[in-house]
Ligand binder design. Structure first.
Ligand SMILES: NC(=O)c1ccc[n+]([C@@H]2O[C@H](COP(=O)([O-])OP(=O)(O)OC[C@H]3O[C@@H](n4cnc5c(N)ncnc54)[C@H](OP(=O)(O)O)[C@@H]3O)[C@@H](O)[C@H]2O)c1
Length: 316
């Protein structure tokens, strides 16, 4: 099985990447060095994670020493939601490039469809996603990013952008794991030749609340997919860990995964998912595990006209 997936513009994205949300200052450099030595080549960050500069310093070390060539790396970063305006996209990607020490980003994403005022004091309800996309197309045309995409967008928002786009969406990064398998949205994206990246692919066990001024996202308790009985059974059968079963399941669905770890043992464990195959029956069994509500309800978006989850909130 290939270890990468092709975007609609021909760019290849490794199916496996390193997540870096909640990889704190001081931790992320150490984790990234271990990951790059292990063979990780796809790194997921965001302006919001405030770790781009630390990541950039490690990339510089590996590139300048000749250990890794820039073109072997696939770096994703994201537009911060206080700058969801067409005219802000170029200065924002340039700021990320500066911190990362790069002259292009491999994949640049709109982090969320909801826009905030620059000081984060409130939503900015004046911005429509189609307008932000114009800014994304402009930086793509200037070759500041090799591919562009979105994150936390729903199917309807994807269709709206695709309708007006000169450059189509190349990737949608969404919450996706055993208990939130996103089958409908994945089908819609794959139908439109949009690759999907799964965030929280093992269920984000270490997630903590996000509080930004008056806006909050609080996580409730939830079941751990690593303890699911089908996962545990397959883990015994293949002599693989539950995390490896969860990641392999998504990869076999042609979904890219970006598990986060800052622990050497788990960084190694997570990456060892290309040496076994789940059968079609086992994939089917995992696909049919009972589903639960999303973990990342991102209440900070509630009340904004572009809230992607408003229909779910109504029915909850
Ligand atoms: N676009 C978005 O809005 C968005 C939202 C959330 C996340 N993301 C991206 O997606 C990445 C992944 O999501 P996530 O970090 O929320 O969740 P995740 O990757 O599903 O889970 C990470 C957590 O699991 C632990 N862990 C890692 N490997 C493990 C293993 N083999 N066994 C047991 N525990 C393990 C990690 O702790 P240790 O570090 O101690 O190993 C960490 O607490 C993020 O880091 C970020 O890059 C994007």
């Amino acid at each position: 099985m290939s270890t990468s997936i092709e975007l609609s513009n021909g760019v290849k994205m490794p199916l496996f990447g390193l997540g870096t949300w909640q990889s704190n200052a001081g931790e992320v450099a150490k984790a990234l060095k271990i990951a790059l030595e292990l063979g990780y080549r796809h790194i997921d960050t965001a302006a919001a994670y405030q770790n781009e500069a630390e990541i950039g310093a490690v990339l510089k070390e590996f590139i300048s020493s000749g250990k890794i060539k820039r073109e072997e790396l696939f770096i994703t970063t994201k537009l911060f939601w206080a700058f969801n305006r067409a005219e802000d996209v170029e200065p924002q990607i340039k700021a990320s490039l500066e911190k990362l020490g790069l002259d292009y980003i491999d994949l640049y994403l709109i982090h969320m469809p909801v826009s905030f005022k620059q000081d984060l004091s409130d939503h900015d309800t004046s911005v429509k996603i189609e307008e932000i996309w114009k800014g994304m197309e402009a930086i793509y045309e200037k070759k500041l990013a090799k591919a562009i995409g979105v994150s936390n967008f729903n199917a309807d928002q994807i269709r709206r952008i695709q309708k007006v786009a000169k450059v189509p969406i190349h990737n949608n990064q969404i919450e996706l794991h055993l208990y939130f398998n996103q089958q409908k949205l994945v089908d819609e994206c794959q139908k439109q030749n949009i690759t999907v990246t799964a965030y929280a692919p093992i269920g984000s066990p270490g997630r903590t609340d996000i509080i930004l001024g008056k806006f909050a996202n609080r996580f409730g308790a939830s079941s751990n997919p690593m303890e699911n009985e089908v996962v545990v059974r397959l883990s015994k059968k293949y002599a693989k860990t539950p995390a490896q079963i969860l990641l392999r399941h998504l990869i076999q669905r042609n979904i890219s995964v970006i598990p986060k770890s800052t622990n050497e043992k788990r960084l190694k464990e997570n990456f060892e998912v290309f040496d076994f195959n789940l059968s079609p029956q086992e994939i089917n069994e995992l696909n049919n595990v009972p589903q639960a509500p999303r973990l990342f309800a991102l209440e900070m978006m509630e009340g904004h006209p572009e809230d992607p989850f408003k229909n779910e909130r109504k029915s909850a």
